[in-house]
Design a protein around this ligand. Structure first.
Ligand SMILES: [Zn+2]
Length: 280
C-alpha cells in the first residue's frame, strides 16, 4: 500500500521548528541528548508524526487530501515517540486532526517566544542546618532563581535539637511563572502556622517582577470588573464583598469583543490566566 511518508528534509525541519521538544502541551519532553559514549552520537526519542495518516485506513486518514499534501510539512507534527504512539491509538479517534494542528501552532509559537531566553526551571533550595548543642544560629541559604517559566527555590531552614538557638530561614528564589506573574515569596513555617514570626526569624521568599504583558492583562481584567459592577449594579455588593466574582464567561466575552486572543479560566482560587506564548 502506498504511504505518503515525509521526506528526510521535512522530518528534520519539523524537529528543529519544535526545538526537539514534544508538541503535546501536556508532555513537552525534550527528545534529544548527547550520547555519553560517543562524542559524535546522540540519543533521540522524537518522531515526525502524520496529522492525517500517510496511508489508507491509518489514523485520521483524509481521503480528499492529495498525496503531496499528505507528505507535506503542513501535515506533520513533532512529538516524542510515546506521544506519537498515543495519538494513533484506537485508530486516532481520541485526537482529531484539528486538535493536533492547534498543538503544532501553539507549540511553534511557544518555541518562538522562548528563542534566546533561559529555559524554565526550578531554582535550587537554600541550604539549611541543624543545631545539636544548646545554642547556635542557623541561617538558611537563599533559594536559587527559576528561569523564564521556572519557579524559585525554597528558602533554607533548620532544626534545633538543643535548648535554644536562632534559625533564620533563607529567602526563596525569584520566579517567573508561565502566565507571566512574578514569583511570590515563600512563607516561612512560622507564618504558615500563624505563630509570631519574631520567635524564629525565618526568611521570606524573594519576589519577581510581573511580565509587562501580565500587568496589561491585569489592567484589562480590573477594567472589566468595573464594567460588570456598573452595568449590573445588583451584583455589585456581592462582587465588592468578595462573595461573587465576575463570571469567567462574561470576562471571556469581553475579551473576545476587545479582539484579545487570551481567555481566563475559573480556578480554585480565582481566574487562571493562560501562559504567555508571545510578546503581544
Ligand atoms: Zn510527548
Amino acid at each position: 500500500m502506498a504511504r505518503d511518508d515525509f521526506a528526510p528534509t521535512v522530518v528534520a525541519a519539523l524537529g528543529k521548528r519544535a526545538a526537539f521538544i514534544c508538541s503535546n502541551p501536556n508532555c513537552r519532553k525534550l527528545t534529544i541528548a548527547p550520547s555519553s559514549a560517543d562524542a559524535m552520537k546522540f540519543l533521540y526519542i522524537g518522531a515526525a508524526a502524520h496529522i492525517t495518516a500517510a496511508s489508507k485506513n491509518g489514523p485520521r486518514y483524509d481521503l480528499n487530501m492529495k498525496a503531496e499534501d499528505r507528505a507535506a510539512i503542513t501535515n506533520g507534527i513533532f512529538l516524542c515517540r510515546s506521544c506519537a504512539d498515543l495519538i494513533d491509538k484506537n485508530r486516532g479517534i481520541d485526537f482529531t486532526a484539528d486538535e493536533l494542528r492547534s498543538w503544532k501552532t501553539d507549540h511553534e509559537e511557544w518555541v518562538s517566544a522562548n528563542l534566546n531566553k533561559t529555559p524554565g526551571g526550578v531554582g535550587g533550595d537554600g541550604g539549611g542546618g541543624t543545631i545539636i548543642g544548646d545554642r547556635g544560629t542557623v541561617i538558611g541559604g537563599k533559594g536559587g532563581d527559576g528561569g523564564t517559566a521556572g519557579s524559585g527555590g525554597k528558602g533554607g531552614s533548620g532544626f534545633i535539637h538543643g535548648d535554644d538557638g536562632i534559625i533564620i530561614g533563607g529567602d526563596g528564589g525569584n520566579a517567573g511563572t508561565a502566565d507571566g506573574r512574578g514569583g511570590k515569596g515563600a512563607r516561612s513555617p512560622m507564618q504558615r502556622y500563624g505563630t509570631p514570626t519574631d520567635l524564629w526569624r525565618f526568611g521570606s521568599g524573594g519576589s519577581g517582577a510581573n511580565h509587562p504583558e501580565y500587568d496589561r492583562r491585569l489592567t484589562l481584567l480590573a477594567q472589566f470588573r468595573y464594567e460588570y459592577v456598573t452595568t449590573l449594579p445588583d451584583h455589585a455588593p456581592y462582587v465588592h464583598a468578595g462573595i461573587d466574582v465576575v463570571p469567567a464567561d462574561w470576562i471571556n466575552q469581553r475579551l473576545a469583543e476587545c479582539n484579545e486572543l487570551w481567555r481566563v479560566e475559573m480556578g480554585e482560587f480565582g481566574y487562571t490566566l493562560p501562559p504567555l506564548t508571545s510578546e503581544g
